[in-house]
Design a protein around this ligand. Structure first.
Ligand SMILES: Nc1nc2c(ncn2[C@@H]2O[C@H](COP(=O)(O)OP(=O)(O)OP(=O)(O)O)[C@@H](O)[C@H]2O)c(=O)[nH]1
Length: 237
């Protein structure tokens, strides 16, 4: 395998209370659709989308985790190996706002300090808001997080959230490469990728309901040089 044949993939976890719009956000971003129905996520699920950053193909693997506390034990295991995180609360749900710091802590426990954004979703329902604009701004400042207000329904700012995370992640990788140019061992996760279809899912549901990823695979990038490939590969989970 040539170095330039390795594609970069970023595992992003999307977390927050139930019904804030996590699944909807991922569906909007990966499939371009929005549905009004609420179907609570059981455990975890993921979708992926490929984007181009600095002339490189980057595959974002978006992990949708259940917001209901009853699934905490399962979902935490899936935070492992995440390289970026979206913390979501809803404009119309005060509790979901108050739970943000706790969600941040859960992700940090498993992943350490990874690029993270704070998202206030459902801003189309601003007339029903249970969170003041200033409160949300203050929380973002306190947690030192980039803050986006989105409406998945109206497709507002959703693209920006994931673009920011991809940029931020690549910035960190680049800084790491510059610091330690000789090393082949990544300090933060990167792995060879599985499939190339933006909407395809690389997960496999086993009989016991566990979702596992297929083993590392490579995808040709038609000789396009990928400077990130020098970091080699590592395990996803
Ligand atoms: N008005 C409005 N409704 C939204 C928006 N985003 C999501 N919804 C609705 O909110 C409800 C919950 O959305 P989900 O995406 O299922 O929420 P979730 O966070 O994945 O919920 P869990 O799976 O329980 O964790 C659904 O009825 C969506 O249609 C939005 O931006 N505006």
């Amino acid at each position: 395998m040539r170095e330039e044949d390795v594609e970069t993939a970023i595992k992003v976890v999307v977390v927050g209370n139930g019904a804030v719009g996590k699944s909807s956000m991922i569906q909007r971003y990966c499939k371009g659709i929005f549905t009004k129905d609420y179907k609570k996520t059981i455990g975890v699920d993921f979708l992926e989308r490929q984007i181009e950053v600095n002339n490189e193909d980057i595959r974002l693997m978006l992990w949708d985790t259940a917001g209901q506390e009853e699934f905490d034990a399962i979902t935490k295991a899936y935070y492992r190996g995440a390289q970026a995180c979206v913390l979501v609360f809803s404009t119309t749900d005060r509790q979901s706002f108050e739970a943000i710091e706790s969600w941040k802590g859960k992700v940090e426990d498993e992943c350490g300090d990874i690029p993270t954004v704070l998202v206030q979703n459902k801003i189309d329902l601003v007339e029903d808001a249970k969170v003041e604009t200033e409160e949300a701004d203050t929380l973002a400042k306190k947690l030192k997080l980039r803050f986006y207000r989105t409406s998945v329904k109206d497709n507002l700012n959703v693209e920006d959230v994931f673009r920011y995370l991809a940029d931020k992640y690549l910035e960190r990788v680049q800084a790491m490469v510059e610091e330690e140019p000789q090393t082949n061992q990544p300090k933060i996760g990167m792995f060879n990728t599985v499939t190339s279809n933006a909407n395809s899912s690389a997960k496999k549901k086993e009989d016991n309901g566990t979702i596992t990823l297929s083993g590392p695979n490579k995808r040709r990038t038609h000789g396009k040089k990928n400077p990130l490939s020098m970091l080699g590969k590592c395990q996803l989970l």
